[in-house]
Design a protein around this ligand. Structure first.
Ligand SMILES: [Zn+2]
Length: 301
């Protein structure tokens, strides 16, 4: 499920935020040989989060991590990065998607949501009804796919589509389902050639706890060249891979890791119509890769 959370941002500030992303000279590559983008190249700056696992009890902890405190630490970092949008790829709540979990999430995100739209997808530890009770002021039209909620964010120079992979609350696997896949296929065929990024919660392997319709999704999107990347969470492991030139970007968790070797934190992305650079902001766990930049070029259209 994907939803948007605005607090008090008005249209004027939205436009100003959007325009601020254009026309600036930025460093796109901090590796060997710095490349500067053209001064008139359009870009968008995003904050990408996953697996916040916010509990009702702020003292709730797992493996020595306190998810509430981690997000509390991340929020000022996001604000100082001034993103155009914030995305959270599901598992917003601790385990079973309680109303108190979402109330805390809303409270923690409020300073960000006052400045920047926050888009949220639901994962296997979320509960739709409880989520909607707390995040009940949701503007905008969404495509009608029964039982699934989708958000399309048309943001020059890229389009983001938040899909819904929640199948059962507090059970591991996920599913887009036939109706959502068919909607997506039609939408992708009818939309213009803007580079498109898909975002949802579940991982893309062939295990019983992954997205169960990955092969069908991959078969559908492989020939649709405007699909450039998939952003997802679920594993609590930060990593990059590829399928048919489509970048698969697995976000780290904000709440906690499952292994000491993994970072806990979020990713800042600066995207153009040619690709993007992705910077890890590690706040806990393994911080060895903190500040590391991953530069990706989109596959050719
Ligand atoms: Zn999770």
């Amino acid at each position: 499920m994907a939803e948007i959370f605005f607090k008090s941002m008005n249209r004027r500030s939205f436009i100003q935020t959007g325009l601020a992303a254009f026309g600036t000279l930025v460093t796109l590559n901090s590796g060997c040989g710095t490349v500067l983008t053209k001064s008139d190249e359009k870009q968008t700056n995003l904050a990408l989060l996953a697996d916040t696992h916010i509990p009702q009890d702020v003292e709730n902890n797992y493996r020595g991590f306190y998810p509430y405190r981690n997000l509390e630490k991340v929020v000022p970092e996001i604000i100082s990065a001034s993103p155009d949008e914030v995305f959270i790829a599901g598992d917003l709540a601790r385990l079973t998607g309680e109303s108190g979990d979402y109330a805390n999430l809303k409270k923690l995100l409020s300073p960000v949501a006052e400045k920047t739209p926050v888009f949220m997808g639901l994962g296997n530890h979320d509960n739709r009804e409880n989520f909607l009770k707390v995040f009940n002021e949701i503007p905008g039209e969404k495509p009608a796919v029964k039982g699934k909620h989708i958000t399309i964010i048309e943001k020059t120079p890229v389009r983001l589509i938040m899909l819904d992979s929640l199948l059962y609350t507090n059970k591991v696997p996920g599913l887009l389902g036939k109706a959502q896949r068919q909607w997506l296929e039609n939408y992708l065929k009818e939309s213009d050639e803007t580079p498109t990024i898909l975002c949802f919660h579940h991982t893309l392997s062939d295990g019983d706890g992954d997205l169960l319709d990955v092969p069908r999704l991959f078969r559908m999107i492989a020939p649709i060249r405007k699909v450039k990347a998939i952003v997802y969470g679920h594993s609590h492991v930060y990593g990059y891979s590829e399928f048919e030139g489509i970048h698969l970007i697995n976000l780290p968790a904000v709440g906690y890791n499952f292994s000491d070797s993994d970072a806990v934190g979020w990713v800042q992305a600066r995207l153009t119509n040619r690709g993007g650079d992705f910077v890890l902001h590690a706040v806990a766990g393994n911080k060895d890769r903190d500040g590391g930049v991953t530069k990706l070029a989109w596959r050719k259209g």
